[in-house]
Design a protein around this ligand. Structure first.
Ligand code: NOJ
Length: 544
């Protein structure tokens, strides 16, 4: 039931600090979100996922939680949160919180107590291990952090003792072998669900349980050393099954898993009795020296992950570059490209996820220097590469490539000063994208052909159509850069055609023969019978 709701209506991710600033401090907040609920409702959005809004030192922009039971004062108060719940309820919307429980902030009282007193029960909430070698001067194993460098930090004032951090040293990993950790997280989940939250997007949930602490196979820039010892372990599946059964299911909630490091053939296991849907990562990577994913790779990856019972389909989020430029070429056909990607999300089987600004075809920054960046990945990566004497141009390239600033630019609602994100004259926490004057909600509201108006139409189509939202998917033979598939429900059949490339393409004749068709949506105007496709052209046909 709940999975069906997600599949039909999709999810819209809000990155709170960059969505809408109501009080003029340059940072988005809960009152700002409330002020935009009618806008979101006008898009057809029914489920909001909020990136973390808990108190946090913001080392990793809130993915370092210092208190699971409160609201970060920068975003407002618990009363604001309760008002948000009330206002979303009135509009038939649901709210999903981010649950970050692979690690906490190093400011979390549990970790502070664990450091203050090695005999405290909180010591076992985390993963402490003695180092190796003389006086334990080497870390316990060779694992590296996803944020580069060793995954172990020596405990201040305890020579030879280390704690594990798969992310920054300010994000110590929790020890899920400890029953008290499960019970503590269970309380967190119950607390927010009692406040009316619909469910959770579970941060890097695939790595919470470490199976062994042996040295790992040598990794790479994108695959940390040691990951084979903690990705998708039996322990992780056990915990998820238990959480689902004991807490989520009785409350009719949902669990969405960020399955970092999980290969396609490991993913299905998460969807049986654990998660409603999940995010894989193959879709995010065009290759080390490629900015744009090749259409044939995009096709291959999409087809492969559609084999799951309920994939989380996404092109953007707060960790990724904008999809225009990444999956479609910037330039002459970028508007058609942006619409094609939106149509894909609305046509594929599974749950469509949209990120704030995707509905207007937002693009990456043209310039945001390392100095102006707030992203730890960019900073850590640059420092790490300096250690290897990597030349500056290559460092700059990699820092832009793996940096996570682009999607985090403040939302552009208007051309005027402050862009409708904040008040005029206020410095936003991170500078506006240079294109905000040109690509924004206000301008697109007035343009019938805009990406924004197309988004509305496309999402409505999915939501009102059982075949598109809940039907089976069947792929048809086609050019390697053209994606052709049917979505089929009991009494409906839709033919979905996507030219993933910027070249002219043909639809194989046989596909358009024999049946009567009517176009339900397309990003171009054309006749129903036309079997040639323009750059990035897509069509969804009703087939009888
Ligand atoms: C995934 C989140 O999306 C990312 O922003 C964060 O840095 C890591 N998990 C660590 O929590």
């Amino acid at each position: 039931m709940e999975r069906e709701f997600l599949c039909r209506y999709g999810v819209y991710q809000i990155y709170p600090i960059s969505f809408c600033d109501s009080d003029g401090d340059g940072k988005g907040d809960l009152a700002g979100i409330i002020g935009k609920l009618d806008y979101l409702a006008s898009l057809g959005i029914r489920t909001l996922w909020l990136s973390p809004i808990y108190p946090s030192p913001m080392w990793d922009m809130g993915y370092d939680i210092a208190d699971y039971f409160n609201i970060n004062p920068a975003f407002g108060t618990m009363a604001d949160f309760e008002r948000l719940m009330e206002e979303t309820r009135k509009r038939g919307m649901r709210v999903i919180m981010d649950l970050v429980v692979n690690h906490t902030s190093d400011r979390h009282p549990w970790f502070r107590k664990a450091l203050e007193d090695p005999n405290s029960p909180y010591r076992d909430y985390y993963i402490f291990r003695p180092g190796k070698g003389k006086d334990g001067r080497n870390p316990p194993n060779n694992w590296t952090s996803t944020f580069f460098g060793s995954a172990w930090k020596e405990v201040p004032n305890e020579k030879g003792m280390y704690y594990l951090h798969l992310y920054s040293e300010h994000q110590p990993d929790l020890n899920w072998e400890n029953e008290s950790v499960y019970q503590a997280v269970r309380k967190v989940v119950e607390y927010w669900m009692d406040k009316g939250v619909y469910g959770f997007r579970c941060d890097v949930i695939s790595e919470i349980c470490k199976e062994s602490f042996e040295d790992g196979k040598k990794g790479s820039l994108t695959k940390p050393t040691g990951h084979e010892h903690y990705i998708a372990t039996p322990g992780c599946h056990r915990i998820l099954k238990r959480l689902r059964k004991e807490v989520i299911e009785p409350r009719h909630g949902v669990l969405i898993g960020e399955c970092y490091g999980v290969e396609r053939d490991q993913a299905s296991a998460f969807l049986d009795e654990e998660l409603d849907t999940l995010f894989g990562f193959e879709i995010t990577d065009p290759g080390l020296f490629r900015k744009r994913m090749r259409p044939k790779d995009l096709k291959r990856i999409l087809v492969s992950w559609q084999g799951l019972s309920c994939n989380g389909n996404y092109f953007e989020n707060h960790d990724q570059h904008r999809s225009v430029g990444k999956y479609v070429q910037e330039g002459a056909f970028e508007k058609e490209g942006a619409k094609m990607l939106i149509t894909l999300l609305c046509a594929l089987k599974g749950v469509p996820f949209f990120f704030q600004g995707e509905e207007i075809g937002s693009k990456d920054y043209r310039s945001l220097s390392l100095k102006e960046s707030h992203d730890v990945v960019r900073k850590f990566l640059d420092a790490f590469l300096k250690g290897y004497h990597v030349p500056k141009p290559l460092r700059d390239y990699l820092s832009r490539k793996y940096g996570r600033d682009d999607a985090r630019a403040p939302m552009a609602f208007a051309s005027r000063e402050g862009h409708g994100f904040t008040k005029p004259n206020v410095q936003p926490w991170q500078k506006f994208n240079e294109l905000s004057d040109r690509i924004n909600v206000d301008i697109q509201e007035k343009d019938e052909t805009s990406v924004l108006n197309y988004f509305r139409e496309c999402l409505r189509l999915r939501q009102s159509d059982d075949a598109l939202s809940l039907g089976d998917i069947q792929f048809l033979e086609s050019d390697p850069e053209v994606l052709l598939f049917l979505r089929v429900s009991e009494d409906k059949k839709r033919l979905c055609v996507f030219n993933l490339s910027e070249k002219e393409k043909d639809i194989p004749k046989v596909v358009l023969e024999n049946e009567t068709r009517r176009i339900l949506i397309s990003n171009y105007w054309q006749s129903e019978k036309d079997d040639s496709l323009h750059p990035y052209e897509c069509r969804i046909y009703k087939v009888n």
